[in-house]
Design a protein around this ligand. Sequence first.
Ligand code: GLY
Ligand code: MN
Ligand code: MN
Length: 441
Amino acid sequence: METTSYIERRNELLERIGSGMAIVMASSHKQRSHDTEYSYRQDSNFKYLTGFNEPESILVLTPENEVKTTLFVRPKDELAELWSGKRMGISKAQELLDVDDVHSIEDFERILPELMPGHDSLYMDLFEDSSEVVKMLERCKKIQMAKRKAKVLLPSSFKNLRSEIGRMRLKKDQNEILAMRKAASATLLGHKGAMAFTGPGRNEREVQAYMEFLFKMGGAQGTAYESIVAGGNNANTLHYVNNNENLKDGDLLLIDAGAEFNLYAADVTRTFPVNGKFSPAQRDVYQLVLEAQKASIAMAKPGKTLTDVHKETLKVLTDGLIHLKVLEGSLEENLEQHLYRRFYPHGTSHWLGLDVHDESPYITETLDEYVFEEGMVFTIEPGLYFPATDATLRNELQGIGIRIEDDILITHNGHEILTAGIPKEIKEVEEACKTDYKSFL
Ligand code: GLY
Ligand code: MN
Ligand code: MN
């Protein structure tokens, strides 16, 4: 795996868009409540192409011009910086960010018409924020009107930029892997700490707080997505994020949470007993999910696909459900009729990187499924869900929800589990639950 610089990434994108131009916008601040905002997170694609973390910035790529990369940034402003922190400003950005040209964001409307001629299409994010697309259409309309008698080619179609960058983001380089390793090691600390901290009477919220504290103590900037801390039957709500109930003796606790480092995500799920000891029924279901996960991880090597991984998960889970007498009939008919879906309603994997559900496409430009290559990263996350309300299930199974999720990097001849070391064998998990949580402080 090599390291790619931001310049190389921009050059690759310039090639991909041919005679089109591209506009990539930084994230904007999002209001949380009156006069307060959510903490700022840069747009993943903008970050990928510039490494620049400030809002109100725009990158314009113009392959047909002499100046091929233009960045618009916030100018220095003493008063604004007093309130909201330092800005890099125009001259430092020119010096540090290796783009051809840097301007003030205030000049974007004025300079855009100069950048457009010679390009037949405009690539931008078409699906995330349609108001930006409408604004850009209006700008294009004005520019078309103003230049209607000029002998220049102007963009006459809009194309989606995200799938182009998504293809580039599919294989991670060394720096990206390093960031993902750091996210993984902070995640390890948080999950182990959560196992140690949990006990009957604790609240989901308290476990979340302790785990997320350890993410930060482990060097991460925070969480990569909203943590799921789901005691007992709450685990059967796949995206349970209320995290506000007391944990009960005899229940399991499912935690799906990952740290974010330099905007790169870890995505890990562990399920463990609140009182530190699996009951026989919990143990049977847990062991089945673990076997499905391990068999699926064994499929992760160059040449295989996410479908191969998913099919392996389905086979092991369905076979196990028949042995547990939750499903009846043959393995083949249960697989063919998707009868496992009642208990395993989600997919097994997604790409992972700057976004927890990384945006890279699953299908190639020639409409084939992507085949694993060195540098691709994805999750493997089988689970089984037995809702407390499902009276068709044996009593001891009702209310059990289990998922086990790790992050997998494809290497030249196999894989590496980036999140290895977070306890998942039954013995290891029970040991981790016995640890003194204060030993993490
Ligand atoms: N944390 C979301 C997921 O596992 O896909
Ligand atoms: Mn996941
Ligand atoms: Mn997850």
